[in-house]
Design a protein around this ligand. Structure first.
Ligand code: NIG
Ligand code: FE
Length: 409
């Protein structure tokens, strides 16, 4: 007995090479769910007689995709940075503002203040919840959430606790990442190696607080590849997977660093050499593209999409939701920007927010519609990937299901 049967849908299975793979040609039209997993996929005429179901949903020809995966966010934090954005519109640069103690460190001050004292995790949760709710309304069923605005033990752990609590409060699967190496905190100014020692010692507590991956910021003014090499080696011993902010403003060899540590993904990549592309391809790592940051920073640099495509590097698309460089709470808008700004095809953008987004998190149980995978599903008022990716405003979401449960209709 199935729990749910969806009929008369247009399935974008996102299975490489299969019919309906990219929502451009007609594929199967019916899907059954049992125990939170996909139990059967086929044509409407092929639904086996005799398998009962208490719930049948007529999709009326709409597009059915895997639930969206936002594989790169900083959505847990306190405070905003609109004044910095306004200053940048007036000609200031991100790096100048950061050097004056703004940028990441200004959100660190706000987040430490919110997280301190009794009820700190509650305050982080209530500040962050509306951002997550907005993301879910765009079809997100799995979200990655980074720490990195604490940069001290209590606040980093409070951020990870807030991420975990959000995953219990709202119908979404949360994957937490430890980003202690986001910036050198003021109390360690001029002593980055001492701060890195603290981070290495924090890894097991971060894992115990729910982090499944480690991330760092490999950039001039942040951390060098050599510094992050030590952190990533220790993190791998702790069982954490490696991700990296690489090549946002300058190429510091971040892609090669990810490849050396068998990392899941290198993210941003607006500055990436041919050797970096080859390293990602050889390592099977994902390139995570974050067009919201290019837009907000008004940065004309672009990731080398044609080279990544030619080398077979899988490209994910994510929001980078953060208060400074990408105050974006819509994954469908990020998909649209990936097409308009970076030149992805709509089919690539949809794959980037489903199958490839899941790969960037090391999650093999979702991101495609195949029997046995999680029944995380989105039904869209759209016929194909182009309809879906063209919209920048209210997403054409008709229904969202998490593990087969209708959580948004
Ligand atoms: O992904 N570049 C580093 N991290 C963020 C920005 C964080 C911030 O400015 O608060 C990013 O763009
Ligand atoms: Fe980021």
């Amino acid at each position: 007995m199935w729990d749910l049967l969806i009929r008369r849908a247009r399935l974008a299975t996102m299975q490489p090479g299969a019919p309906g793979a990219a929502a451009v040609e007609p594929g199967p039209s019916a899907l059954a769910v049992e125990g939170g997993r996909i139990a059967w996929i086929g044509g409407d005429q092929a639904v086996p007689a005799g398998v009962g179901t208490p719930l049948e949903l007529d999709a009326e020809g709409r597009l059915l995709t895997p639930g969206l995966v936002d594989c790169h966010t900083h959505l847990v934090h306190a405070g905003g940075r609109a004044a910095e954005w306004e200053a940048r519109l007036g000609g200031a640069t991100y790096q100048e503002l950061a050097a004056q103690g703004g940028g990441i460190l200004s959100t660190v001050r706000a987040t430490r203040e919110a997280a301190g004292g009794a009820g700190g995790v509650d305050r982080l949760v209530s500040e962050s919840r509306p951002r997550l709710e907005a993301l879910l309304a765009t079809g997100v069923t799995t979200v990655e959430v980074k720490s990195g605005y604490g940069l001290d033990e209590p606040t980093e752990l409070a951020m990870l606790a807030a991420a975990r609590r959000l995953g219990r409060l709202l119908p979404v699967s949360v994957q937490a990442t430890f980003l202690g190496a986001h910036a050198v905190p003021p109390e360690f100014a001029g002593r980055p190696d001492a701060y890195l020692d603290l981070l290495v010692n924090l890894l097991s507590a971060a894992a115990a607080a729910g982090a499944v991956a480690v991330d760092g910021y490999c950039e001039a003014g942040a951390f060098t590849a050599a510094q992050l090499d030590q952190l990533f080696a220790a993190a791998t011993r702790e069982g954490l997977r490696v991700k990296l902010h690489a090549g946002q403003f300058t190429d510091q060899g971040g892609a090669e660093l990810v490849a050396r540590h068998h990392g899941l993904s290198a993210d941003h990549l607006e500055h990436l050499s041919p050797a970096g592309v080859a390293a990602l391809a050889a390592a099977g790592a994902v390139a995570v593209l974050l067009p919201g940051a290019s837009l907000t920073l008004r940065d004309p640099a672009r990731p080398p999409v044609a080279a990544l495509r030619a080398a077979g590097v899988p490209m994910a698309v994510a929001t980078d939701c953060n208060p400074g460089t990408s105050p974006l709470t819509s994954l469908t808008a990020a998909m649209s920007l990936a097409c308009s700004l970076y030149g992805l095809t709509p089919a690539e953008a949809l794959a980037g927010a489903t199958r490839v987004g899941a790969k960037a998190l090391g999650l093999a149980d979702r991101g495609q519609l195949t029997v046995g995978r999680r029944a995380d599903l989105c039904l869209w008022r759209a016929e194909g990937a182009a309809d879906l990716c063209q919209s920048i405003g209210a997403p054409p979401l008709a229904a969202r299901l998490v593990e087969g449960r209708l959580v948004h209709a």
